[in-house]
Design a protein. Structure first.
Length: 179
């Protein structure tokens, strides 16, 4: 497992619905709906032994299923947009689950995550030709995004192809949320 992270899977029916938002943005490299997820903790490139130890330690997480609410569209990068995404409400159970993953990774000696947790589902990575005006127009045209919710019964340990980012992602292990 060269590059790993923990996250929540997006149900197939929801992923199909979100995929309908894709298209119409110059320079966008749209993510495959099968790769839609909510990252909890990016771990990065680790050796197989560390990956296996992390996979085992994640079984200690005991939480209830989480209701995930998708709230709207957004982008990262400001004047130099790098991605567009679906925003996810940072509910207390979701934030607590992410914080527990962070604590587990710190026990393995990993550096703390430098960015504040902002849950989201990435729709596309953007190229240099994508303008902030283009992103604003794209979001405005889809401005009637209706909030959607779904129940998450488990989290997963994913692996990613060694590349500059993006899928395909493989679910290596799943962990029930049923405390």
């Amino acid at each position: 497992m060269p590059r790993i992270f923990t996250g929540l899977e997006v149900p197939e029916t929801m992923a199909e619905e979100l995929a309908l938002l894709q298209g119409g943005l110059t320079g966008a490299r749209w993510n495959d709906p099968n790769d839609f997820h909510i990252t909890l903790r990016f771990i990065g490139d680790v050796d197989d032994r560390t990956a296996n130890d992390i996979a085992d330690m994640l079984y200690a997480v005991k939480r209830r299923p989480i209701e995930v609410t998708l709230t709207g569209l957004g982008s990262f990068g400001g004047d130099k947009p790098r991605s567009v995404f679906i925003e996810v409400k940072a509910s207390q159970p979701l934030v607590e689950l992410q914080a527990e993953h962070e604590r587990i990774m710190r026990r393995f000696g990993l550096q703390p995550e430098s960015r504040k947790f902002r849950p989201h589902v990435s729709l596309a990575r953007l190229g240099r030709e994508t303008t902030s005006r283009g992103v604003a127009d794209w979001i405005a045209l889809r401005g009637l995004f209706m909030s959607r919710s779904f129940l998450v019964p488990r989290f997963a340990l994913f692996s990613a192809k060694d590349s500059v980012g993006g899928g395909p992602y493989v679910v290596e292990e799943t962990y029930p949320l049923a405390a």
